[in-house]
Design a protein around this ligand. Structure first.
Ligand code: NAG
Ligand code: NAG
Length: 328
């Protein structure tokens, strides 16, 4: 008892100090200007869910220009998927765990909840967004999630956190509603010597524990075209003499910025050279490049590094601060 009371009393200055620290941190390092207004737009969008205006006249992404930035750990945003789309992120990431035969979304096992599934947070909303985008259309190509760029595919990066083969198999079946509607980009080995790639509205790319073998196994018969691709290890591409990682397997290759460039950015010539070398190898294979784990704060360092990456031809910025990326 005495101990509890003591702990409570001494907690107050800590709470105070933490609050003070956080407010300073928010003022100096954060303060993304557009954040609140845009969240309000989103809330409006949800509030008006049964309004007849919702689907046809006020699409979520009205006026939003999609850009090549990737919403890292997207499920941690205040409103997963929708917030990223409303800022124009053309790529979103969901980490998945196979638990009791369900695909749960979260960063660590402690964050998982039985109602936060890949279907409830991502797959079902994507199906309904695409349905509403095409509700009045009888003919012509189907439109995707971006109102202003209806044929820009959305990259859905699925980071497998549990056992590779079994989680992959469950992911494959969870994608059936999108597959059935023809919404997934596919590759199959038929028709041409390099096979045929058919871009569609959503390109699913497995990362984390996604097994190369499971992705390789798809695409060789008409019933199972390859519609889950692999986020290749960017730093392994220069040594990939057997061309195991090529555009038919991997539209995208990624690497940890910290371990490949590290503090090289402080001596920009060195950092730039490391980045450029990897990007050149990837592009020669027709693969896009992404560096994750880029510095987040302070903002000027983050922007400086984003600029270096873009200058050197990197295709995707890895982003936590969606408003900051939209205005970059
Ligand atoms: C999900 O479950 C949590 C409790 O586990 C609950 O608080 C929350 O309202 C549920 N959300 C939905 C959308 O059902
Ligand atoms: C692409 O990679 C796959 C295996 O990952 C391989 O089977 C195929 O031959 C490669 N294609 C080319 C053109 O090298």
């Amino acid at each position: 008892m005495a101990q509890t009371r003591l702990r409570r009393r001494s907690a107050i200055p800590w709470v105070f100090a933490t609050a003070l620290f956080l407010s300073f941190w928010a003022i100096f390092f954060h303060a993304p200007a557009g954040e609140h207004s845009s969240d309000n737009n989103l809330l409006f969008y949800f509030a008006s869910a049964d309004s007849p205006l919702k689907a046809s006249s006020v699409p979520l992404t009205a006026g939003v220009v999609p850009k090549r930035f990737h919403s890292h750990n997207d499920y941690e945003q205040s409103i997963p998927l929708f917030k990223a789309l409303s800022y124009g992120a053309a790529s979103v990431e969901a980490d998945i765990y196979l638990v009791n035969d369900k695909l749960l979304v979260g960063h660590t096992e402690n964050e998982l909840s039985p109602n936060k599934t890949l279907a409830s947070l991502y797959l079902d909303p994507l199906v309904s967004l695409i349905r509403s985008a095409n509700v009045d259309r009888q003919t012509g190509s189907r439109r995707g999630v971006f109102e202003t760029a209806p044929f820009t595919p959305l990259h859905l990066l699925v980071d497998i956190k549990t056992d590779g083969p079994s989680t992959f198999a469950k992911l494959y079946s969870a994608l059936e509603p999108l597959r059935f509607m023809g919404y997934l980009s596919t590759w199959d080995s038929h028709m041409m010597s390099t096979g045929t790639y058919r871009p569609s509205l959503i390109t699913v790319i497995g990362t984390g524990n996604t097994p190369l073998e499971s992705v390789q196994a798809l695409g060789y018969d008409f019933n199972t075209p390859r519609d889950i691709f692999l986020d290749a290890p960017l730093s392994a591409l220069p040594q990939d003499h057997r061309n195991m990682f090529n555009a038919t397997i991997s539209p995208l290759a990624s690497v940890d910025f910290g371990s490949t460039v590290g503090l090289g950015w402080i001596a920009p010539a060195i950092g730039r050279k490391r980045i450029r070398r990897l990007v050149e190898v990837a592009h020669a294979k027709g693969i896009q490049a992404r560096f994750w784990n880029t510095p987040i704060t302070p903002t000027w360092v983050r922007k400086y590094i984003w600029q270096i990456l873009l200058d050197e031809g990197v295709d995707w910025l890895n982003v936590d601060d969606l408003p900051g990326a939209k205005d970059f």
